[in-house]
Design a protein around this ligand. Sequence first.
Ligand code: UDP
Length: 248
Amino acid sequence: MSQPQVIYEKGELLYEGKAKRLYKVVGHDDLIWQEFKDSLTAFNAQKKGSFEDKGAINREICGILYTSLEKAGVPTHRVALQSVNAEVTRRLSMVKLELVVRNVLAGSTAKKFAIEEGRALSRPLVEFYYKDDALADPFVSDDQAIMIGAAQSQVELNELKQFALRVNEVLCAVMVRAGLRLIDFKIEVGRDSQGRLVLGDEISPDTCRLWDEKSGEKLDKDRFRRDLGGVREAYMDVLQRLKQTQVG
Ligand code: UDP
């Protein structure tokens, strides 16, 4: 994504989420102005916090990752950077599922099966969660996803899984270069006007688990969820490492 060629004007607020504010773009119904906020939430927003420049740090991390994904042929919603914490993106018809990919067991799935965190999986696991804040985004099976209308068919679910696995391949390669292990992550996807799947939302330490490859130190939102301290330092560390992978 290059610096803006076209001048875009921020329109009225469409929606304020936990980590972003979405605005209209004046004169462009097909675009959205997305601002990354400094707030941090966990456990379906029951736990709240924030830190200075968090929006800008996450926007920059996401920018580096989306550039790598675009280079690898994964389409993303980005159109033009507007400021340190804002960008114009394509308006997509969002799939009502969160796609989670796991390389190593941690978090909710480790807990569900009473397996200690850190067990590497022989192949990546893809899971679907139904996007509904009131229901706290429940896990859904493939058949449940179709029953609830979040997907039309098993063919569509398979397409979503393949997309998520491709994102995983690219991200794993980037993280290895940064000395990080990609434990798991969540993505949100939508369809453009041609029906093509496009990566939306963000990928950042808010939405990934990242462990230092040598020490195993957690460098993601678990520092906030689990009161481990050093949240801003961890996010900055991830950003610096990713920036270094871009040099040379
Ligand atoms: N995740 C996310 N948003 C959510 C739920 C999960 O970004 O609403 C990310 C989370 O940061 C982790 C991965 O998806 O990297 C898997 O999360 P998990 O299901 O283990 O849930 P958690 O233990 O974080 O509640």
